[in-house]
Design a protein around this ligand. Structure first.
Ligand code: NAP
Ligand code: MG
Length: 401
């Protein structure tokens, strides 16, 4: 008997090679065992064009309604894609649209296997980076200073209040930048991080440069502390996990010396840079999962990589591809597990565990896709995408059957 579900999982299909993998993952690894109840949204670029991108909005609203979704990688159109797909408009990034509707924070976690060693020898467990995805330098206004003069920071309140501060006096050429963030967004970021830490049962670290930025970064620090003290301290203590704040310089040193196994929350720019460093040091983008968590507890699971276009063009020519499906499989297992936790379906939690273990076991046994063969510290067999999914399927069958 297949595992029954109670509430639909929101399923967002996508583009190119990952779309090909998507249907194979379902067919080989999910549908034989789970009576999948999903509300399906086709977020392929073709259907976004056909629906004038309404499908992306509908999918995000469904995620808000049901609480959990799993998303395939999607094309973010640029000029070349507008021509390739004959688009009537350069549709916005689906991830950006979904993030704006769910108001969430993105958490990225590497999937570890024993044959692929992190560049940092002490890392034994994954490090998850939580990046604040709003404001700061990404929404800054900039001025090229053309000659001598005074730069001032001015705030004009609707109430009539005016605050002014001299930034600098220029004797000659220079540059200027104005950044902002909003308390509402920082509160959401903080709550998403605390929620995720509880859900993962891992310590939460947060770091900024508050010693230098005594108002701006300090506000981040204060908001995190306030939310922790008022809303999460008791739950953290009950779960046996810790929250701690430290200066970013200190955090960097501690991360490198650590064994891993925690969540590191970063401001927007820090998270951008540190997530690339951490993911590269763990091995491969194809082994990195990503989950968007909203402050009110909605979850959207996906792979951190894109649609693997180069492989797709080879696939279209009928050539064999060895594209790594692991992060997409883990997006499915993560979403099914979260759905199962919400709906109290223990068999489905077991299934998600089995699926992940069968996947890792396959790699541990030396069968993997080409990208991993290149990183592996022992001899390994390169399989094409379908053979690899079937190899996982055999191990899954052995566990369940
Ligand atoms: P990408 O799809 O992540 O692929 C970049 C390269 O990384 C690939 O060509 C491949 O290298 C390697 N790679 C990534 N994932 C792999 C996997 N699962 N298995 C094996 N190799 C993998 O990034 P991109 O080429 O920059 O972007 C392609 C499209 O994806 C773009 O249209 C972009 O808008 C979209 N995108 C979507 C998301 C998302 O939906 N979350 C995120 C990023 C990009 P080799 O070719 O050397 O084998
Ligand atoms: Mg980056």
């Amino acid at each position: 008997m297949k595992i029954q579900m109670k509430i639909p999982l929101v399923e967002m299909d996508g583009d190119e090679m990952t779309r090909v993998l998507w249907s194979q993952i379902k067919e080989i690894l999910i549908l034989p065992y789970v009576d999948l109840k999903s509300e399906y949204y086709d977020l392929s670029l073709v259907n976004r064009e056909a629906t004038k991108d309404q499908v992306t909005i509908d999918a995000a609203l469904a995620n808000k309604k049901y609480g959990v979704s799993v998303k395939c990688a999607t094309i973010t159109p640029n000029k070349q894609r507008v021509e390739e797909y004959g688009l009537s408009e350069m549709w916005k990034s689906p991830n950006g649209t979904i993030r704006a509707i769910l108001d969430g924070t993105v958490f990225r976690t590497p999937i570890m296997v024993s044959s692929i060693k992190p560049a940092v020898r002490t890392w034994e467990k994954p490090i998850t980076i939580a990046r604040h995805a709003f404001g700061d330098v990404y929404r800054a206004s900039e001025i090229r200073v053309e000659g001598p003069g005074v730069a001032r920071l001015v705030f004009t309140g609707d109430s009539g209040i005016e605050i002014e501060e001299e930034i600098a006096r220029f004797e000659g050429l220079g540059v200027l930048q104005g950044q902002f963030n909003k308390d509402s967004s920082i509160y959401s970021f903080a709550r998403s991080c605390f929620e995720f830490a509880l859900s993962a049962r891992q310590d939460l670290w947060f770091s900024t440069k508050d010693t230098i930025s005594k108002k701006y970064d300090h506000r981040f620090k204060d908001i995190f502390q306030e939310v922790y003290d008022q809303e999460y301290r008791a739950r953290f203590e009950a779960a046996g996990i810790e929250y701690f704040y430290t200066l970013i310089d200190d955090a960097v040193a501690r991360v490198i010396r650590s064994k891993g196994g925690f969540i590191w929350a970063c401001k927007n720019y820090d998270g951008d840079v540190m997530s690339d460093m951490v993911s590269t040091a763990f091995g491969s983008l194809a082994m990195m999962t990503s989950v968007l968590v909203s402050p009110d507890g909605n979850y959207e699971y996906e792979a951190a990589h894109g649609t693997v276009t180069r492989h797709y063009y080879r696939y279209l020519k009928g050539e064999e591809t060895s594209t790594n499906p692991v992060a997409t499989i883990f997006a499915w297992s993560g979403a099914l597990r979260k759905r199962a936790e919400f709906d109290e379906i223990p068999e489905l939690i077991h299934f998600a565990d089995d699926l992940e273990e069968a996947t890792l076991q396959t790699i541990e046994d030396g069968e993997m896709t080409g990208d991993l063969v290149a990183l592996c510290d022992r001899p390994a067999t390169k399989l094409n995408s379908t053979e690899f999914l079937q190899a996982i399927g055999r191990r899954l069958e052995a566990r369940i059957g």
